[in-house]
Design a protein around this ligand. Structure first.
Ligand SMILES: NC(=O)c1ccc[n+]([C@@H]2O[C@H](COP(=O)([O-])OP(=O)(O)OC[C@H]3O[C@@H](n4cnc5c(N)ncnc54)[C@H](O)[C@@H]3O)[C@@H](O)[C@H]2O)c1
Length: 331
């Protein structure tokens, strides 16, 4: 049955990334909301929606919707998320699920009280390279994970003249507070060190102890250009190593013999490196970042099915970890 969705927030992310992927699923966008009249009108035209409002409460009160989706901002996610759940509607929201761990816990309580799911947009789990890596790890063919290293960087332009890093933590770092456990296991200890070399130019290393015994470090910061790749993950095992570059390039290094002295050297199944990257010339499957695959789990979950879509429980874990990180960094 086609799911009727009321959507709040028609900003850049919603109109360029989420809504184009959402409407590929069995949904009907019934109503849209934004306080910016131009954006609202543009999204209405783009997605063929005529019920347009600047009042989120009015949208949530509509009787012709089955679920609410939103990509607005931390405080609005908390306020509108609670409102929709209290009205008995399932919800999908972009990260962050509120601006604080306490807010995320309020949303979890509201979801449990309503008996309705709240799904969170941790799409890094579904980005093509991360998805492949996690499936290899879960297959049993990789063996125990010993360690995770990686980096996630962004640009100082985001913070020009504003050395409040709150936005960087809430909108960026939160992804990896979720992703590391999705790839490895729950985090038992988190520590961090930082260096700040100029206004708004921050680098920190976050160290994780994982429940499975692995260790991890992710470098994060605000000192790189958005115009070049800013994301890499490497997972270390016993004679096995997975590398995911820029979320779309995967290498699985295993245990090959030296080739130089072997006249018959070739590439052997089961021991040489497997690699993958997408064919960007194919005019199909435009989903390297994972929004479509995330929503493929979210839409049935909104309709009541059990799927792997990240929930507000995952949101609470990520937000608590994020606060621990900020505490460690004194930022
Ligand atoms: N997962 C990802 O990769 C990813 C990427 C970008 C953004 N996001 C998230 O999506 C959310 C939106 O980000 P964005 O870049 O599109 O921001 P944006 O500022 O472009 O869009 C937000 C929109 O919400 C509207 N809005 C603000 N207050 C409102 C209210 N009270 N009622 C109705 N509309 C309101 C604004 O007018 C704006 O159009 C953020 O939470 C961000 O973290 C996620």
């Amino acid at each position: 049955m086609t799911l009727k969705i009321g959507w709040i927030g028609c900003g850049i992310h919603a109109s360029q990334m989420l809504l184009p992927q959402l409407v590929r699923h069995d949904v009907q966008l019934t109503a849209l909301c934004d306080i910016d009249g131009n954006r609202l009108a543009a999204a209405g035209r783009q997605f063929g929606v005529t019920h347009l409002t600047n009042d989120a409460q009015e949208l949530i009160r509509r009787t012709d919707i089955d679920a609410v989706g939103m990509a607005v901002g931390p405080d609005q996610h908390l306020m509108f998320g609670k409102m929709a759940l209290e009205r008995g509607l399932p919800v999908f929201m972009e990260k962050p699920p509120s601006g604080s761990a306490a807010g995320a816990r309020e949303l979890l309580a509201a979801s449990e009280k309503a008996g309705k799911p709240l799904l969170v947009g941790f799409m890094k789990r579904y980005s093509a390279g991360n998805k492949i890596a996690s499936n290899i790890l879960r297959s049993g063919r990789f063996g125990d994970v010993h360690g995770l290293t990686g980096y996630y960087m962004t640009a100082p332009g985001y913070f020009a003249g504003n050395v409040d890093y709150t936005g960087f933590f809430l909108h960026h770092c939160v992804h990896h507070m979720d992703l590391v456990s999705f790839l490895v296991s729950p985090v038992t200890k988190l520590t961090a060190r930082k260096v700040e070399k100029g206004r708004g130019i921050l680098l920190f290393h976050v160290h994780f102890d994982f429940e499975c015994g692995a260790i991890g470090t992710i470098a994060m910061g605000t000192g790189q250009s958005r115009g070049a790749p800013v994301e890499r993950i490497e997972i270390m095992g016993d004679h096995q190593r997975l590398e995911v570059d820029n979320v779309i390039e995967v290498r699985w290094n295993r245990n090959p013999p030296f080739k130089i002295d072997d006249p018959a050297a070739a590439l052997a199944d089961g021991e040489d490196t497997l690699s993958w990257k997408p064919n960007f010339t194919a005019a199909a499957n435009e989903d390297p970042k994972g929004y479509h695959s995330l929503l493929a789990d979210v839409v049935p979950a909104l309709a009541g099915a059990q799927t792997s879509a990240p929930t507000i429980r995952d949101g609470v874990v990520a937000m608590e970890r994020l606060e621990k990180l900020r505490h460690e960094l004194a930022l």
